[in-house]
Design a protein around this ligand. Structure first.
Ligand code: NAD
Length: 252
């Protein structure tokens, strides 16, 4: 029960890695609020996870400051505090620069980067007032090394890692500990969208299966264990770090 009596808000928690983080946090004793832009999927996930502990949902778009504030306020309203924020909501993009349209660039950068700024900005007054907190951002191995034909996604995740370091050094004075979790390829609906939307889906899927030295993709629950570490006191000296869980991809 490493998160007993703690309250966590997880953005994009209706699916994939966010959902697995919600499960693992509930099992560790936290009260969890998940937010997501997809209201139907959110409702189903909240129902499915309710047997594990205290879980509630807030529908909203992390790109909107008003929605981000609503997510944070609802968490505090329900549980009286917000100890952990996981900025997980994100979208994929596999598109070489020649074919990358302005709309896709804007959508990826706004969701993956601004969508963290809105939540972090909203949560700071509450965490400061309660004497501290933990923030975990979802980076990626693709924020560390560039992967071909993904300039928007690579750029967004590189920005997440630097945003994390930047706010980590500013917020530690309030006992708010910020770190990023950088997964490798993980079996989620986002991964499937990435395959479906790529120029050659078959080639993309085959490349992903043999991507990392470990020769398989991750299960979202393996990645969620990293979020648990960063959100708990077990990682008490980690500030602005990037926990890489990529099956050896960036080590090569
Ligand atoms: N799956 C991977 O291989 C992988 C690898 C490295 C990093 N990541 C990162 O992990 C995070 C989660 O990815 P996933 O694979 O679980 O994706 P996913 O698509 O399964 O889940 C993402 C969730 O975010 C929600 N979402 C999207 N845009 C939103 C918005 N504007 N406001 C609120 N919610 C929104 C979606 O509805 C969805 O439920 C992302 O930040 C992703 O970039 C994923």
């Amino acid at each position: 029960m490493r998160l007993a009596n703690k309250t966590a808000l997880i953005s994009g928690g209706a699916s994939g890695i966010g959902r697995a983080i919600a499960e693992v946090f509930l099992q560790a004793g936290a009260a969890v609020v998940i937010s997501d832009i997809n209201g139907l999927m959110l409702k189903a996930t909240v129902e499915e996870l309710s047997s594990l502990g205290k879980v509630a949902g807030v529908t909203g778009d992390v790109r909107s400051m008003a929605d981000a504030m609503k997510m944070v306020e609802r968490t505090v309203e329900l549980h009286g505090a917000i100890d952990i924020l996981v900025c997980n909501a994100g979208i994929a993009s596999v598109m070489p620069i020649e074919q990358l349209e302005e709309d896709e660039w804007d959508a990826v950068l706004t969701t993956n980067v601004k969508g963290m700024y809105t939540l972090v900005k909203s949560v700071i007054p509450f965490m400061k007032a309660q004497g501290g907190g933990k923030i975990v951002t979802l980076g990626s191995e693709m924020g560390i090394v560039a992967v071909p034909e993904s300039p928007a996604y690579n750029a967004s995740k590189g920005a997440v890692i630097m945003f994390t370091k930047s706010i980590a050094i500013d917020l530690i004075r309030y006992n708010i500990r910020v770190n990023s979790l950088c997964p490798g390829i993980t079996k989620t609906p986002l991964l499937q969208t990435e395959i479906d939307n790529s120029i050659d889906p078959e080639k993309t899927a085959a490349a992903q299966a043999s991507w990392a030295p470990i020769m398989r993709v991750a299960d979202p629950h393996e990645i969620a264990q990293g979020a648990l570490f960063l959100a708990s006191d077990d990682s008490s000296f980690a500030v602005g770090s990037c926990l890489v869980m990529d099956g050896g991809f960036t080590a090569r």
